[in-house]
Design a binder for this molecule. Sequence first.
Ligand code: PLP
Length: 400
Amino acid sequence: GFGLNRFLAAARPSATYKVMDRVAARRASGATVISLSAGEPDFDTPEYVREAGMAAIRAGHTRYTQVAGLRALREAIAAKFQRENGLDVDWRSTLVCSGGKQVIFNALAATLNEGDEVIVPAPYWVSYPEIVQLCGAKSVIVACGADSGFKLTPDALQAAITPRTRWLILNSPSNPTGAVYGRAELQALAEVLLAHPQVLVLSDDIYEHLIFDGVEFFTIAQVEPRLRERVLTMNGVSKAYAMTGWRIGFGTGPGWLIDAMEKLQGQQTSGASTISQYAALAALTGSQDFIRQSRVAFQRRRDLVVEQINQAPGMRCDVPQGAFYAFASCEALIGKTTQAGAHLASDEAVVNALLDEAGVATVHGSAFGLGPYIRIAYALDDESLSGACQAIQDFCRTLT
Ligand code: PLP
């Protein structure tokens, strides 16, 4: 038969897509499922942004843009980094890609060679190690448990760095834990990095605006300007403006890296969708009320979910400060048996039983590199969230 590329052959399909397939199968067989597995806001894209997309079509903005993106959008991105992150950015050192994911892919594919190492704190977004794998490099997974708030400590970072380390990936607020790094925590990591000039930093800030309790957002290039020449700051409109389907992400970093990413993109997509770029331009330059509204909604939902999950016997969940995920320990459920007779040997078994017997879809923590946990995405209306939490409580109460 035909052989696959060996790096692709060794990559695992996305665990979150697998859960979505299982949900679809359950629903097709007639079951009612509340899905707490989605990685996207449930809101519609704001009206003025949708209008801008339609206006772009009507105005005939339907041809290629420059590979790196529309100049007006790149200027708006530079202004965003200045305004919101205190980064003094020239529009020429920005790049527009087809989603935040492609920013990450471009950066890693442009720089990694076989044998290179990428430090990935766990729990991690499932795509990081797989993209590293596709690039033929090696992920160095660093376990970051509940005792450190699921965050990388300076000592753990120091211990993970080798002469082969090419990148450190940071993600705050975090998928899957909702953890947020404060200024002092980033400064302490920066101190370690300053002693290792071979290490680049990828700062995945895609959940920047979903941050609660008045906590202030910081990104590492802002906290430590001496790292600026080796930090790629990545962001996008997907989560902030409920624009996941438009596929627009962006980044800024050192000129050599942005140039290399543009070179790669020129042979891959030729650039992001023109129509979507006009919509993203409207999002970044228009009223930012939507961001405030969605933050209020998500904070309320977080409070509802965390409160109710902690009432489920055997589940424990700390209060996350950002994103739209709660990462609940299910350690006390391991070893128990469900009403239907399923043995809960792992967090994956818990997730499967919750889907089959409680009609609630979540994702197991071990898929993100740390078990036994379940990730609960609360990007749903309050009523569905309450119903799901109630079903989880009932499920936990009937275990033996
Ligand atoms: N980074 C993290 C941590 C994410 O959770 C996601 C989406 O789930 C992305 C990046 C990618 O976002 P986009 O839809 O813009 O590609």
